[in-house]
Design a protein around this ligand. Structure first.
Ligand SMILES: [Cu+2]
Length: 167
């Protein structure tokens, strides 16, 4: 009987944890848009990459990178929150020559979860269409917590997916 009681107590604790974190798990800072946009073809090199999130995030200087087709870094490693817009993350880049470039980003959401993704853009060239899909950095515990997420999340989201509430 004692073990049953302990098991029940543990179950109640787990359910409480999941329920208590469900709202937090749905409160990720989501990437709203970027400049350049995913898949965009630019006529000339921009001098910075900017990302806009749905809520404030934290970043470290190396957390948004830009690489060329050979994998060489083209960003200046100065990822930061924009001074005049708390929802904007910016990194400066070198002058890009014609070609396809990949932007990889990660940030810490206010709920302390890491969100991350990647997309491509081109300078003077078209990039393939599937470069624009953001991917999440969900941990196993977060995938578990998503059981309780009310909207936007399939019952068993793949680890690479991020839950984007509709609308
Ligand atoms: Cu979260």
């Amino acid at each position: 009987m004692r073990s049953w009681t302990a098991a029940l107590a543990a179950l109640v604790a787990v359910v409480g944890l999941v329920a208590g974190n469900a709202s937090a798990a749905s409160a990720h800072g989501l990437l709203v848009r970027s400049d350049p946009a995913a898949g965009e073809m630019l006529a000339a090199s921009p001098n910075a990459i900017s990302l806009w999130f749905s809520e404030t995030v934290e970043v470290e200087p190396g957390w948004v990178t830009v690489t060329d087709a050979s994998g060489a870094r083209q960003d200046l490693g100065n990822t930061r929150i924009a001074r005049d817009d708390v929802l904007q993350v910016t990194v400066n880049i070198k002058t890009l020559s014609q070609g396809a470039y990949t932007v990889r980003w990660r940030a810490v959401s206010v709920d302390t979860h890491v969100v991350a993704g990647a997309f491509q853009f081109g300078v003077g060239v078209q990039v393939s269409g599937d470069g624009g899909q953001p991917s999440g950095g969900a941990s196993p515990i977060e995938a578990l917590l998503r059981w309780g997420a009310p909207r936007g999340c399939p019952p068993t989201p793949p680890a690479s997916a991020r839950c984007t509430p509709p609308g």
